[in-house]
Design a protein around this ligand. Sequence first.
Ligand code: ADP
Length: 229
Amino acid sequence: MSMHRKLIVFIGPPGAGKGTLSQLFVDRLQCKQLSTGNLLRKHIRENTDLGKSIDLALKSGKLVSDDCVIAMVIDWLGNHARDGRPVILDGFPRTRAQAEALDRALAQINADASFGLSVLQMELGDEEATRRILGRLVCSQNECQAVYSMVGAQTMGDSGYSCVRCGNVLIRRSDDAPEAIADRLTIYRRHEREIMEYYRACGAWIMNIAMNRDPETIFLEVQQRLAGI
Ligand code: ADP
């Protein structure tokens, strides 16, 4: 991967495979991943003040306020983005205000390190996204939260499924309920248009990628295209 572009932003609908692709980048290219969804769910399970205030928004598929998420991400970048490893932002920015805040934060980090941004826009239709979300399980362990398609998971007797990475039980996310999915997709499409308009206007490096293929094929294509920039 080019040394000048160390921050990769994943923009894609729920169910597109952001988490799955992030896992491949972490395992094989020693990238770091910040999943805002995972971090927010961790706050909820640990019942922190932030967790209590966002529980309802997450369950119903609404977005958490820009202020909360921006503060959380900037804090994370301050602690994790200075060791030279490429960073994947999985689920951030999700609004135009977040994209602008990220640019301001990067301008500060760039004062002492080169931290170019690449945008990966993931393409998947609503019907396929819905099908995938309904068949998705995630690891219940906070530090893991690995994502599984129901078909690929290892069984744990009659009681459920277990994670091949850490052995903990797999669960369905509360916002993966049918009632919340249509709302999440509608919210995503609205913001996707605004974010992509913003990135096109600033001349960001953008890669479009079809996600209706197996993760391995997608990983290889993204890796190759990133290597060429
Ligand atoms: P998905 O991509 O499948 O929707 P995520 O785990 O990325 O799943 O996000 C789950 C939920 O967390 C979102 O529906 C939203 O409530 C909240 N969330 C995650 N990232 C953001 C963000 N950048 N801004 C606002 N809310 C967010």
